[in-house]
Design a protein around this ligand. Structure first.
Ligand code: DUC
Ligand code: ZN
Ligand code: ZN
Length: 487
C-alpha cells in the first residue's frame, strides 16, 4: 500500500509566509509530508508551473438564509458550496440567522439540517443575534459557543435586526465573558431612515438612491459608536463589510491606539462603484447591497486598507438574490430602492478577482493575498492551523492555481444559482483548476468530483483574536473605580 493517498508534485506551495518548490503528501485527509521527490502516492497530480495555495475560507456569506424581510437566498448549501469550491474556497462560514422569537438552538439545528446533506466543502456557522434578551444572551449563547459557534454578528440597522446601544453592551459583556468574537454591521439606522424618507418624498426611488441613503457618514458614525462601546467593555470586535474611507479611518484609529478592532472588506468595494447603481431602468438593483459601493477614489483607499493590513479579512458577503420576483424584485417590478433585497453574489469570484487584480497586477503580495483570503480568517475564527495554511498536520485543503489561465466571468460560467453576476465580462488572470478538501478532489477538469453532503461541520475553537486586552478605559477599570465590578 502506498504511503500517500495523494501526492501533488512539481508545484510551488505558497503560504502566508513562504513560497517553496516542494511536493505535498496527503494521507487520510491530512498533509503528512512536504518535500522534494516524495514517493509515489495512490494518485499523483502534476502541478508543474502551477501554484499550490491553501484553500480559501469565506468567512462571511449568506446561504439558504431567509432575510429579515422574508426573502430566501437563491443558493442553498449545495449550489453555494459548489460555487465556492470552483473559486478555490474550501471552507465556508455562513450565518445561522435568528429571527426574533426563535431560540438559538432551534436556529442552529435548522441550519445544520440544511447544510449536512448538501455542502460539498467544510462549513461552520456564525450566529446572527436579533433578540438580545437575557435568556438568549445569558443562557443560550454560551451553550452555542461551547458547541463551536464562537462568533456572532449583530446589526445596528434594519428594523427586524437592529440592537440598541444598551443591548449591544449586554452582548459585548457576554462575548467578553465567553471569549467569542462579535461581528458588527455598522450603519446608523436613523440616518438611513431619515434620508430615505426625504428622497422618497421627492419621488427619488431609483436604485441609485440606495447609495445616497446609505451615506458614508452613517457608516462612519455607527463604526465609531460600535468601537466606543467595544472599548468601554474591553471587548474585541470585527467590523464587517467596510465600504468607506470614513469607516476605515475609525478602524485604523482604534488599531493605532492598541485596541483589538478588526476590519473586513469585500469584492464589491474593490471592483464596483456607485456608478454601477446608476443603470437604466431597474438594472442598478443588481448592485444594491449594504453598505453600498462608493466612488472610485474611495475604492482606491479600500484597496490600500486591504494591502496595508488595516483590514484582516476579505470575504464575499455572498447574499444572492436573483434579478426577478423571487429576489431583487420581490416587492414588484419597479420597487423603490428601500424595497430592493440587499446583497450581491460573490462566492466564486472572491479569490480569482483579488488574485487577478491584486497579485497579478503587482498591487498585492501573494502572501498577503493568502493572509486575507485564508490564513487570517482561520486565525480570527478559531480554525488555524487545521485550516488556512499548508503544513504537516493541517487538513489537506489546497487549491492548485494556474496563474496563466484567463477566465471571463459571466453568470452562465459561474456555478451559483444566480441569474446575473455584478462582475459580468471581467476577465480574471489566474484561476484554481484543481480544488482539494481534506484530501478529496472536489473540482478537477472543470467538473465537480464529490457527492453532495461530503463536507463536514467544523466545531470551532475560541480565538485569540477574541481575547480581551484586560485594559479598560480608566473609569471602567474595576481596580481603579472603587472596586465596582460591572462585567
Ligand atoms: N448585510 C450583510 O451582511 N450582507 C448583505 C446585506 C447586509 O445588509
Ligand atoms: Zn451586514
Ligand atoms: Zn452579509
Amino acid at each position: 500500500m502506498a504511503l500517500y493517498d495523494l501526492v501533488i508534485r512539481n508545484g510551488h506551495t505558497v503560504t502566508e509566509i513562504e513560497q517553496k518548490k516542494q511536493d505535498v503528501g496527503i494521507k487520510d485527509g491530512k498533509i503528512i509530508a512536504l518535500g522534494e521527490n516524495l514517493e509515489e502516492g495512490e494518485r499523483d497530480i502534476d502541478a508543474t508551473n502551477k501554484l499550490i495555495l491553501p484553500g480559501g475560507i469565506d468567512a462571511h456569506c449568506h446561504i439558504e438564509q431567509k432575510s429579515s424581510s422574508g426573502i430566501m437566498t437563491a443558493d442553498d448549501f449545495y449550489s453555494g458550496s459548489v460555487s465556492a469550491a470552483f473559486g478555490g474556497t474550501t471552507t465556508l462560514l455562513p450565518f445561522a440567522a435568528q429571527h426574533r422569537g426563535q431560540s438559538l438552538r432551534e436556529v442552529v439545528d435548522d441550519y445544520m439540517a440544511c447544510a449536512k446533506p448538501k455542502s460539498v466543502i467544510d462549513y461552520g456557522f456564525h450566529l446572527i443575534i436579533s433578540d438580545a434578551s437575557d435568556a438568549i444572551i445569558g443562557q443560550e449563547l454560551p451553550a452555542m459557543i461551547e458547541d463551536g459557534i464562537t462568533s456572532f454578528k449583530i446589526y445596528m440597522t434594519y428594523d427586524n435586526l437592529k440592537l440598541n446601544d444598551y443591548e449591544i453592551l449586554n452582548v459585548l459583556a457576554a462575548a467578553r465573558r465567553e471569549q467569542a468574537l462579535v461581528m458588527v454591521h455598522a450603519e446608523n439606522h436613523e440616518v438611513i431612515r431619515w434620508i430615505t424618507e426625504k428622497l422618497l418624498d421627492q419621488g427619488l426611488g431609483d436604485p441609485k438612491y440606495h447609495a445616497i441613503a446609505h451615506a458614508s457618514l452613517a457608516e462612519k458614525e455607527a463604526t465609531h459608536r460600535a468601537i466606543t462601546l467595544a472599548e468601554l467593555l474591553d471587548t474585541p470586535m470585527l467590523i464587517v463589510h467596510v465600504s468607506s474611507e470614513a469607516a476605515l479611518t475609525e478602524i485604523r484609529r482604534a488599531q493605532e491606539r492598541g485596541l483589538k478592532i478588526y476590519g473586513e472588506t469585500c469584492p464589491q468595494y474593490l471592483f464596483l462603484t456607485i456608478d454601477d447603481l446608476d443603470k437604466d431602468g431597474m438594472d442598478g438593483a443588481m448592485f444594491c447591497c449594504s453598505p453600498p459601493p462608493r466612488n472610485k477614489e474611495n475604492q482606491e483607499i479600500i484597496w490600500e486598507g486591504l494591502i496595508d493590513g488595516s483590514f484582516s479579512v476579505f470575504s464575499s458577503d455572498h447574499a444572492p438574490y436573483r434579478y426577478d420576483s423571487s429576489g431583487k424584485l420581490s416587492a414588484g417590478p419597479k420597487p423603490t430602492f428601500d424595497k430592493i433585497a440587499n446583497g450581491v453574489p460573490g462566492l466564486e469570484i472572491r479569490m480569482p478577482l483579488l488574485f487577478s487584480e491584486g497579485v497579478q497586477k503587482g498591487r498585492m503580495d501573494i502572501h498577503r493575498f493568502i493572509d486575507v483570503t485564508s490564513s487570517i480568517p482561520a486565525k480570527t475564527y478559531g480554525l488555524y492551523p487545521r485550516k488556512g495554511t499548508i503544513a504537516i498536520g493541517s487538513d489537506a485543503d489546497v487549491a492548485i492555481w494556474d496563474p496563466d489561465k484567463e477566465v471571463e466571468i459571466t453568470a452562465d460560467a459561474l456555478h451559483d444559482n444566480m441569474d446575473y453576476t455584478p462582475y459580468e465580462g471581467m476577465v480574471s488572470k489566474g484561476w484554481p483548476i484543481t480544488v482539494i478538501s481534506r484530501g478529496r478532489i472536489v473540482v478537477e477538469d472543470e467538473e465537480l468530483k464529490v457527492e453532495r453532503g461530503s463536507g463536514v461541520y467544523l466545531k470551532r475553537e475560541r480565538s485569540e483574536f477574541a481575547k480581551p486586552l484586560e485594559k479598560f478605559v480608566p473609569e471602567m477599570d474595576p481596580k481603579k473605580n472603587f472596586n465596582a465590578k460591572l462585567i
